[in-house]
Design a protein around this ligand. Structure first.
Ligand SMILES: C[S@@+](CC[C@H](N)C(=O)[O-])C[C@H]1O[C@@H](n2cnc3c(N)ncnc32)[C@H](O)[C@@H]1O
Length: 224
C-alpha cells in the first residue's frame, strides 16, 4: 500500500519513542514489572503497555506479536481484562511471550471475565448483587432491551467491547500451564499472597462488587 512519506516519519518517530520508553525502564535498577493492556489504569513502577496507548508514557505493544524485550527481562507481569479481547489462539501467543520475557520463577497475574459468572447470572434464583448488576448492565449496555433481563446482558457480554473468548477458571489454568507456567491459585480482586501483585485491579471503574463477580484472577509462576 502506498504511504505518504510523512506517515513513515511519524511511524519511525513513534518507534523511537517506544524504544526510549523500553530503554529507560529496563535500564533502571530494581524489580521489573510489565502491565499489558493497561488502558486507563497505568501503574507507577510498571512498564505500562497497550495496543492503543492512552498517553505518551505508555508503550505501544500488541500483546499477540513478539515482544521487543530480551528473554527473562521482567519479574512480574499483570494483565487485567485484556485476554478476552483475543482469540484463544492469540491468547496462547500472548502467554507464550509472557513466559519468554519473565524470569524463571517470575510471576504473572491474569484477570479476565469468568464464563461461570455469566452462567450463574442466568440462574432463576438471583443474589442481590446479581440483580443490581443486571439492572446496571442492561441500562448502560443494552439500550434496545425491553427490560433489565439477564438474557440481554449475557448476549451483550459475549459480543460487546471486542470480546472474542470468555475463559473460565479451568481453561485459564490450562492455558497458562500450556504456555510454560505453573499455576499458584485464584485470587479475588486486589488480593494476593505477593505484595507486588496486591491492589492492582481497576475496581473503581464499576460499582462495588461487580468486578469481583465478573472476573477470574489467576496467578502463576514461570517454570524454570
Ligand atoms: C477492557 S480494557 C482494560 C483496560 C485496563 N487493563 C483495565 O482493566 O482498566 C482492554 C484493554 O486491552 C487493550 N488491548 C486489546 N487488545 C490488545 C492487544 N492485542 N495488545 C495489547 N493491548 C490490547 C485495549 O486497548 C484496552 O486498553
Amino acid at each position: 500500500m502506498y504511504e505518504l512519506p510523512g506517515w513513515n516519519r511519524l511511524r519511525r518517530g513513534a518507534q523511537g519513542a517506544d524504544r526510549r520508553i523500553i530503554r529507560r525502564y529496563l535500564g533502571r535498577g530494581g524489580t521489573k514489572r510489565l502491565q499489558i493492556g493497561c488502558g486507563r489504569n497505568p501503574r507507577d513502577g510498571w512498564l505500562n503497555a497497550d495496543a492503543t496507548p492512552s498517553s505518551a508514557d505508555v508503550l505501544r505493544l500488541d500483546a499477540t506479536r513478539p515482544y521487543p524485550f530480551p528473554d527473562a527481562s521482567f519479574d512480574y507481569i499483570f494483565s487485567e481484562h485484556v485476554l478476552e479481547h483475543l482469540t484463544y489462539a492469540d491468547g496462547q501467543k500472548m502467554l507464550t511471550e509472557c513466559a519468554r520475557v519473565l524470569e524463571p520463577g517470575g510471576a504473572i497475574r491474569i484477570s479476565t471475565p469468568d464464563l461461570a459468572f455469566l452462567v450463574k447470572l442466568y440462574a432463576e434464583e438471583k443474589t442481590d448483587v446479581q440483580r443490581r448488576y443486571i439492572t446496571w448492565a442492561a441500562e448502560r449496555f443494552t439500550p434496545g432491551a425491553p427490560a433489565p433481563i439477564d438474557t440481554f446482558v449475557i448476549n451483550n457480554y459475549v459480543r460487546a467491547w471486542g470480546h472474542l473468548f470468555i475463559y473460565d477458571e479451568k481453561v485459564l489454568r490450562g492455558a497458562l500451564e500450556r504456555c510454560g507456567f505453573e499455576v499458584r491459585r485464584r485470587f479475588d480482586v486486589g488480593e494476593s499472597d505477593d505484595p507486588e501483585l496486591r491492589g492492582l485491579e481497576n475496581a473503581d471503574r464499576m460499582p462495588e462488587g461487580f468486578l469481583s463477580m465478573e472476573s477470574v484472577i489467576i496467578e502463576a509462576v514461570r517454570r524454570a
